[in-house]
Design a protein around this ligand. Sequence first.
Ligand code: ZN
Length: 191
Amino acid sequence: MSQKSLVEEMQQVQLAIELIELGARLQVLETETDLSRARLIRLFKEVRGMSPPKGMLPFSTDWFITWLPNVHASLFYNIYRSLIVEQECERMQAFVTAYRLYSEQVSIDQAEPVLGLTRAWTLVRFFESDLLQLSTCNSCSGHFVAHAHTPDQDYVCGICMPPSRAGKTRKRREREAEEAVSREVSLKRVG
Ligand SMILES: [Zn+2]
């Protein structure tokens, strides 16, 4: 094995550890590194002290369009995009940094981190597959996650025009989030 590949392997292990610490699922690690599944499972157990959870990844774009997830997803994606476009960061480095910055911002605002790392990764992949776009709000000029090919000449974001349910209690929001997730699961079954 050449020295270069050893260095590359170490970098991949380092990336995998960072992703696991931030809450990545096994599928994220398998896609983003060349490390074997057995090694990733071992790493996961060492870092988290438990086996990686089983099950499929969420794959519906709809979740990112619902009110509260949309605000969080848009915050994260704007940070990610600025790291890629303005700072010319490498993709996964931008991803990890953007996720850390997003988490910091959420904790400063004393809000709950609605966007888990695996969701954030799914979001990036949806953008890369042209399933999502950033629409510019006509009221605040902010950029928000929207379905691809959504006409945005009249677009107004969820912060400028919150739905009536936005002011509801936490419990009710959580219940609605659960309902959204179960809708997603049933979509998955159909697909
Ligand atoms: Zn707005």
